[in-house]
Ligand binder design. Structure first.
Ligand SMILES: NC(=O)c1ccc[n+]([C@@H]2O[C@H](COP(=O)([O-])OP(=O)(O)OC[C@H]3O[C@@H](n4cnc5c(N)ncnc54)[C@H](O)[C@@H]3O)[C@@H](O)[C@H]2O)c1
Length: 423
């Protein structure tokens, strides 16, 4: 099929590349000309395992990128994958969705054949029906049977995105007609996963609910970890014993510095905002966010407990990405940690295998090192923020520190002498 993907960020580029891998003719439409040029040259604009190889295989063959929306005129299906970042009040900014929908509408005008517009971005229930459909139809100048609408939320995890896209747990397709739903299902032919057909708004709500549940599991593990730390109990032993219960499951119970990334904080905040709008008081969801906000401060408090004042002290921060195997720092727990260290007068040396450039844009004034050893050299304390596998092998590098004070926010180190945030 001919597919246009609007938005070539983390989701759009993985979606477009994987659809090309499934044999479709794909055009990624992206307003950032730099990303367009990179894709057309077979260079991934983001770091994602396996993406470079796939791009090299498909770029300039059945995968193209463009700043123009012209490919939509002949596309069988258009996937909208633009960002839905949080506004200050927690609600999602849907202006990119509205603007992308209007552009799509302009280019589906006067089409002779059927086309389906699919929202893949995470959006509040009602968005596809109340924002996307009217915007497209208004520009297209049609009332509608020639255009179908669907909502197909994305569940990929950054760092494992290609693997997740090609081997999903399930494919959720909300649609406004059986024809639209079936067309989207056909696109995924070749991928083995249960397909769940729903209404448009149920599909939208499934994504928010899944992310809110996962975030809740993490904050739950962190709160229990904070209690276990006082009691001298290893919360990882506890969660191992708990996770065997199939009603609970073993995943997402790793206590630590809290969740980061572009989705959990944003989507739980959006759900809190939505709940308040309909007159609910979402106490549980608000607590999930509250626990998460406090975790990074606990690491600094632990550090201060050992070092006293950190003013003028050199503190190494290992790991800047919100998780391993990505260069994404959006909502990374390293951000509030570095901010507080600087506020308290510490001198920060930082290292990450992938995420130094984006963090340099946020904190240009700190020292960035090309290795963990470089960051640790002469440091009075160390905070481990990301579970990069290479950190698990560190040991004698910590001897380069002025004082071997190590606080772990992720359980990744194998050496002795580190203090965990919750263990
Ligand atoms: N990142 C994830 O792990 C993930 C996982 C599942 C779902 N999602 C959801 O997917 C959506 C996209 O997330 P992302 O991380 O890819 O965001 P992103 O910010 O990395 O990418 C969005 C891209 O859209 C482009 N864009 C904006 N307006 C445009 C327009 N009118 N036309 C063409 N391009 C336009 C931007 O330049 C940017 O490159 C969000 O709703 C997010 O919540 C993200």
């Amino acid at each position: 099929m001919k597919i246009s993907v609007v938005g070539g960020g983390y989701v759009g580029i993985v979606t477009g590349t994987c659809f090309a891998r499934l044999g479709h003719e794909v055009t990624i439409i992206e307003i950032d000309a730099g990303k367009v040029a990179a894709v057309n040259n077979g260079q991934p604009p983001i770091y994602e395992i396996g993406l470079e190889e796939l791009l090299r295989e498909h770029a300039a063959k059945n995968l193209r990128a463009s700043t123009s929306f012209a490919s939509i005129a002949s596309a069988d299906c258009v996937f909208i994958c633009v960002g839905t970042p949080p506004k200050p009040d927690g609600s999602p900014d849907l202006s990119f969705i509205a603007s992308a929908s209007a552009s799509v509408g302009t280019h589906v005008k006067n089409r002779a054949s059927y086309c389906c517009i699919v929202v893949k971005s995470t959006v509040p229930p009602g968005t596809t029906e109340k924002i996307v459909m009217p915007a497209v139809l208004k520009q297209a100048g049609t009332a509608g049977d020639a255009i179908g609408f669907a909502m197909n939320p994305e569940f990929l995890r950054e760092g494992r995105a290609i693997e997740d896209f090609m081997h999903p747990d399930r494919i959720v397709i909300g649609s406004n007609s059986p024809r639209a739903g079936e067309l989207v299902e056909q696109i995924y032919q070749g991928i083995s996963a249960p397909v769940i057909h729903t209404s448009l708004s149920a599909a939208e709500m499934i994504k928010y609910t899944a992310n809110a549940f996962l975030a809740t599991k993490i904050s739950f593990a962190n709160e229990l970890g904070n209690i276990c730390k006082h009691l001298g109990i290893d919360v990882y032993e506890v969660m191992k014993g708990v996770g065997y219960d199939p009603r609970i499951g073993p995943l997402f119970l790793n206590a630590g510095a809290g969740f980061g990334g572009s989705c959990f904080q944003k989507d739980v905040s959006a759900l809190v905002h939505l709940a308040k709008e309909v007159g609910e008081d979402p106490v549980l969801l608000q607590s999930v966010l509250c626990v998460n906000e406090q975790q990074p401060h606990r690491m600094i408090a632990l550090l201060e407990g050992k070092l006293g004042s950190i003013a003028g002290k050199r503190i190494a921060v290992l790991g800047l990405a919100f998780k391993d195997n990505t260069d994404d720092i959006r909502d990374s727990r390293a951000v509030p940690v570095i901010r507080e260290l600087l506020q308290k007068g510490a001198v920060v040396s930082a290292y990450d295998p992938m995420a130094v450039p984006p963090m340099q844009r946020l904190f240009p004034g700190i020292e960035y090192c090309s290795s963990a050893a470089g960051a640790l050299n002469g440091a009075d304390g160390c905070l481990v923020m990301t579970e990069w596998p290479e950190f698990s092998r560190l040991d004698k590098e910590f001897d380069l520190m002025a004082q071997r004070i190590i606080i772990e926010g992720r359980r990744i180190l194998s050496c002795k002498g580190a203090d965990g945030i919750c263990w």
